[in-house]
Ligand binder design. Structure first.
Ligand code: NDP
Length: 307
């Protein structure tokens, strides 16, 4: 009998196990992040920590893939039987042509950040907006249904957040953006596809937050490293006491915008929550297990050098 024939075969998703001190399954399940540049992407640290915490024999590879190699990389995903991938710049849109299907909200957003497998099929999802919403509900205790929301910005992050807020039944959505054409085009597109009224307002000078808003989101890149002292020009004086002020910027998570909101006594939610929860949703799609949020947050903070 060959050395390992006596070992009980494990199902693909069972954790790494041992029998009489011998590893029972040497085959790890693989997931990855494809991007360029990708070396400073901290996602792998939190996913690997989650795998370890649940005793899963899974590996997360952070892989530099140039645009002209994405097709080959996705063929590799199928050839290796990988369980899924994350996509970051510049692949979130171009990956769609290499998938078998994309989820309705990813189609609405027009971008995919997470691919998971159903049998031989690769399915595209977008977990950015869902991650944002999970943070709002879980960490801030706010249900966006019926709420009045202002989103600053009209880029990829803003679009993902707006699409999920529209699907979650927000009562009023206002987009404020510096570039009028970009803002108007995004609002017209999302409003026609969701049938939810979304308004646009240009952003010359300082934007005065309205007194009836429930949720205000900075979905611009203002405050992102190395521009850490910058703050979106927003006047919070009229804001009602319960206004939840959120920032998508996670590096650093303590942005001047959130500091200013806290100084006014307003509740806040930082960009780390969105980053952790978008990864947690990906983890759950891949493994079918509840993500260990606290473990992932701690690993991410450590990877970013945060206390
Ligand atoms: P994009 O480049 O697609 O969009 C950037 C947005 O910021 C645009 O609306 C742009 O306005 C606005 N903007 C940038 N600089 C200024 C400025 N000086 N004044 C006014 N508006 C400005 O970026 P993304 O949407 O992909 O990313 C935005 C931020 O979200 C980044 O910091 C990114 O790291 C973060 N992010 C966080 C995630 C998380 O999980 N926490 C997930 C994804 C992104 P205009 O159209 O006028 O140029």
């Amino acid at each position: 009998m060959a050395a390992f024939e006596c070992l009980r075969p494990l199902k693909a998703r069972e954790p790494h196990a041992t029998l009489a001190g011998m590893p029972a399954n040497f085959k790890a399940e693989l997931v990855a992040c494809f991007g360029q540049p990708v070396a400073e992407n901290p996602t792998g640290a939190m996913q690997e920590a989650a795998f370890r915490a649940l005793g899963l024999n899974w590996r997360y590879l952070t892989v530099e893939v140039p645009p002209e190699k994405l097709r080959d990389a996705m063929v590799g995903v199928r050839a290796f039987g990988m369980q899924g991938v994350n996509l970051t710049i510049p692949h979130k849109v171009s990956v769609i042509q290499h998938l078998d299907r994309i989820a309705p909200d990813a189609a609405l957003i027009g971008a995919v950040n997470t691919v998971h497998r159903e049998g031989d099929h690769l399915i595209g999802e977008n977990t950015d907006g869902k991650g944002f919403l999970r943070g709002v509900r879980t960490d801030a205790g706010l249900d966006p249904k019926g709420k009045r929301v202002v989103v600053l910005g009209a880029g990829g992050a803003a679009r993902a957040i707006l699409a999920e807020l529209a699907l979650a039944g927000a009562a009023d959505l206002l987009v404020v953006n510096r570039s009028i054409q970009r803002g108007e085009e995004m609002v017209a597109d999302l409003a026609s596809k969701t049938k939810v009224p979304i308004r646009f307002q240009p952003w010359p000078g300082t934007y005065a937050a309205p007194e009836d808003a429930d949720l205000l989101v900075n979905a611009t890149s203002i405050g992102l490293y190395p521009d850490v002292d910058s703050m979106p020009p927003v006047d919070l004086r009229a804001a009602r006491p319960g206004l939840l002020v959120c920032d998508v910027v996670f590096n650093p998570p303590e942005t001047p915008f959130l500091k200013a909101a806290r100084q006014r006594g307003l509740p806040t939610l930082d960009g780390l929550a969105m980053l952790v929860y978008q990864g947690a949703i990906g983890f759950e799609l891949w493994t079918g297990r509840k993500a260990p949020d606290a473990v992932m947050t701690e690993a991410l903070r450590a990877a970013l050098g945060l206390p």
